[in-house]
Write a protein that binds this ligand. Structure first.
Ligand code: SF4
Ligand code: SF4
Ligand code: F3S
Length: 264
């Protein structure tokens, strides 16, 4: 990597499922190839780097040493507050994160795990997982929640930082306003049915077949801030509600405990 070319990016994964990385590589506007080959130099990624073992660790050290204040740190997954739960090669997740955060030009929390704690922090939270904002207080963190986030939101945020040299405008929780200013409910394709009082009462009734509002089968669109209804997924093809499934609020704090998955 030559100095002053593409912006170096370190992508750390902690308590995660790699779903956020999987989403990222499906970006179509901009294409992920364009992001990876023209905009950024992805120096460290467990999922995407060709190198592994000592080679990739050396790449990480090289960026930390030679590009302080220039690299972007992307974090996928939450961190345990007890080091015993995540220590790699004798180095705790917290230490790895704090070392990388110290010299970062910008920090992006990709996904609901790094933004809010996510599934590792769901009850009973055995690792005492926390979002990355619990560990770094001296610089802003851009939160890009979603489980996973929309690919184009992920690439859009990093493209903004690189293009304009500064963070996008954030809301009071640290989310980019451009992508999190609306509730799903505000832009939902079924909204007219909600306003008309036409609801599916079950997943296989006539209302469901007619495409009526999914509020009565658990839709959390009225309390969920995300761009799904505007940008849609897979290059703008569809999103959960359009495909017949209620929004489960995957971009909201604590959704694993408040959603349809677990009953205490
Ligand atoms: Fe996986 Fe969801 Fe966490 Fe991303 S936010 S790492 S997709 S569980
Ligand atoms: Fe709102 Fe959900 Fe009904 Fe859409 S399906 S109008 S988001 S309650
Ligand atoms: Fe998640 Fe709801 Fe979008 S479940 S993917 S925020 S429609």
């Amino acid at each position: 990597m030559e100095k002053n070319q593409r912006v170096p990016v370190i992508w750390l994964q902690f308590q995660d499922c790699t779903g956020c990385s999987e989403s990222f590589i499906r970006s179509t506007h901009p294409k992920v190839e364009s992001v990876l080959l023209n905009m950024i130099s992805l120096e460290y990624s467990e999922a995407l780097s060709a190198a592994s073992g000592h080679q990739i660790e050396a790449a990480l050290e090289h960026v930390l040493e030679h590009y302080p204040g220039e690299y972007i740190l992307a974090v996928e997954g939450s961190l345990p507050t007890d080091d015993a739960f995540l220590t790699v090669g004798g180095v705790s997740a917290k230490e790895t994160f704090l070392r990388a955060a110290k010299g970062a030009k910008a920090i992006i929390a990709y996904g609901s795990c790094s933004s809010w704690g996510g599934i590792p922090a769901a009850y009973p939270n055995p690792t005492k997982a926390k979002p990355i904002t619990h560990f770094v207080k001296d610089k802003p963190v851009v939160l890009v929640p979603g489980c996973p986030p929309i690919a184009e939101v992920m690439t859009g945020v990093i493209a903004h930082i690189i293009t304009f040299g500064k963070l996008p405008e954030l809301d009071h929780l640290g989310r980019p306003k451009a992508f999190y200013r609306h509730r799903i409910h505000d832009k939902c394709n079924r909204r007219a049915y909600f306003d008309a009082g036409l609801f599916a009462e079950s997943f296989d009734d006539e209302g469901a077949r007619q495409g009526y509002c999914l509020y009565k089968v658990g839709c959390k669109g009225p309390t969920t801030y995300n761009s799904c209804a505007e940008m849609r997924w897979n290059g703008g093809v569809s999103y959960p509600i359009q495909s017949g499934n209620p929004c489960i609020g995957c971009s909201e704090k604590g959704f694993w405990d408040n959603g349809p998955f677990f009953v205490r």
